[in-house]
Design a protein around this ligand. Structure first.
Ligand code: ZN
Length: 137
């Protein structure tokens, strides 16, 4: 079994468990994965995160610094980029071709959409989403 962090088009984040990646992809394609909060079946996988652990054990000072840096990045993006949800690729293309007003946007995209963006020469950045803090203990 593997666990994926998933997000619906309304921005709800939840975890899904699957036998393997192929099972996830086929369930996603058939719309069998639904958001437990709003029942939306337009669900995408959030780019996987990486884990860090300091030499001293636990997060350590460097880990805590990395965590707060990540959180500042996440806050900055929330404050300065409009959330377009799963319409990211569509909006990015519209802006690229001058159909939509140029602005900062953030959202999710499928690997196929990302390939389209690359082919169209639309630059974008993918960032890992920091996991929720465990606790401050
Ligand atoms: Zn939802």
């Amino acid at each position: 079994m593997i666990a994926y962090d998933l997000k619906c088009s309304q921005g709800h984040v939840f975890e899904g468990w699957f036998d393997d990646e192929a099972t996830f992809l086929s369930q996603q394609q058939q719309g069998l994965i639904v958001c437990p909060i709003c029942n939306d079946s337009s669900v995408v996988r959030i780019p996987s995160t990486f884990a860090i652990r300091s030499a001293a054990g636990g997060l350590g000072p460097e880990g805590r610094e990395a965590e707060s840096a990540f959180r500042r990045v996440a806050d900055f993006i929330c404050d300065h980029f409009e959330d377009v949800g799963s319409d990211f690729a569509k909006e990015a293309l519209k802006i690229h071709y001058g159909v939509s007003a140029p602005r900062n946007i953030r959202g999710s995209s499928t690997p196929q959409e990302e390939e389209t963006l690359r082919q169209e020469g639309v630059a974008f950045l993918k960032i890992p989403v920091p996991a929720a803090p465990e606790s401050d203990a």
